[in-house]
Design a binder for this molecule. Structure first.
Ligand code: KG4
Ligand code: ZN
Length: 339
């Protein structure tokens, strides 16, 4: 893809995100000016079940999406006719949840007579980095870490990706959530572990760091099992120490693989996207090693790391330039891959 020609009038895209448990809408100008970004969280609805319940998520999206879109337009000071395209996440994610956003996105594109653009959720997480730093230089390495995915990606150009590694079992966010649930820290687990770790000793337990020096693939299931086994066998163990030691092991594996990928590919920049990118220790460690290595680093603010629709509109801007609009006949793909 080549960079779009600058134009006098910004091109406004309404982004819609409903792939999991956040109902989100945003208006973004020229792929990087965030005029509004509204996230209506469903966390309270799912918390008592200890995880996302797909049926509850899709019903909540149906109720929340219209007011969320309306709020995004009002906050952006835009009305339908000023929107140049409507974008929605088409995958990966929960099928019934994706369908809500895609149906509303297509309907709005028909009403406003503007193009519809289907967006890959993980490409959205990557493009959150361009919202944070529009002048990001390519090629770069991106570490995309969420509740469903753990991806190490070499991005050579816009829309041109090589997946270097992925998880062979649990996604890293999933491991945070499962360990937190076991330790009685509630849902969502990542932020809970992050918080309690601040008062724990990260050196208290030496949990395994699977495959740390082998290739680029990740494995977090053994780490999760090791923590839960230890906690079961030692009920007296301090929960903050367990959480902090788990977090240290998970983060160090992510950091050392990402660092090696940058070195091996010769990329000048390391970007981080996805909900786990909000993690305090991960953000600190990535910044530290990149400074040591003389590599630029971009980690969007925490609210641009976790699910939002500004990232969807940002990715759509580049996608539309490369591929044009998405056919209204196209459906959702819960297992959509990045490359
Ligand atoms: O990208 P995201 O918002 O949704 C998905 O695409 O899955 O990521 C959600 C994941 C959850 O597993 C959540 O526990 C984790 O990101 N997460 C965190 C933090 N904030 C969210 N994990 C560690 N530390 C955090 N501060
Ligand atoms: Zn996500």
């Amino acid at each position: 893809m080549t960079a779009p020609e600058p134009s006098a009038e910004p091109f406004f895209i309404l982004g819609i995100e409903t792939s999991c448990d956040e109902t989100a809408a945003a208006v973004v100008g020229d792929g990087n000016q965030v005029l509004s970004s509204v996230v209506s969280s469903q966390l309270d609805l799912h918390a008592r079940f200890g995880g996302v319940v797909p049926e509850i998520a899709s019903r909540a999206h149906v109720e929340l999406l219209s007011p969320t879109v309306a709020q995004a337009l009002v906050e952006a000071g835009k009305e339908g006719p000023q929107i140049g395209a409507v974008a929605a996440t088409v995958g990966p994610g929960l099928a019934s949840a994706l369908l809500v956003g895609v149906s509303v996105g297509k309907a709005l594109s028909l009403v406003w007579k503007v193009p519809f653009v289907g967006v890959n959720h993980m490409e959205g997480h990557l493009y959150a980095c361009f919202l944070h730093e529009p002048e990001l230089e390519l090629p770069l390495v991106a570490l995309l870490v969420s509740g469903g995915h753990t991806l190490l990606v070499h991005m050579e150009d816009h829309g041109c990706y090589r997946v270097l590694g992925t998880t062979i079992d649990d996604a890293v966010g999933e491991a945070f959530d499962k360990v937190a649930r076991f330790l009685g820290l509630g849902y969502p687990g990542g932020p809970a572990i992050d918080r309690i770790s601040a008062s724990g000793d990260p050196q208290a337990f030496d949990f395994p760091r699977a495959m740390e020096r082998e290739g680029y693939d990740f494995s977090f299931s053994g780490l999760k099992t090791s923590v839960t086994r230890y906690a079961r066998a030692h009920p007296e163990a301090d929960v903050a120490d367990l959480a902090a030691s788990f977090q240290r092991a998970a983060v160090e594996v992510l950091v050392s693989k990402a660092r090696r990928a940058v070195d091996d590919t010769g990329a000048q920049t390391l970007c981080v996207g996805g909900g786990v990118g909000a993690n305090t220790l991960l953000r600190r460690r990535i910044a530290e090693v990149c400074e040591q290595d003389g590599v630029a680093t971009v980690i969007p603010t925490p609210h641009l790391c976790t699910d939002n629709a500004a990232m969807v509109a940002a990715a759509a801007w580049w996608r539309m330039r490369a591929d044009g609009p998405t056919s209204l006949e196209a459906g959702v793909d819960p297992n959509l891959r990045l490359a």
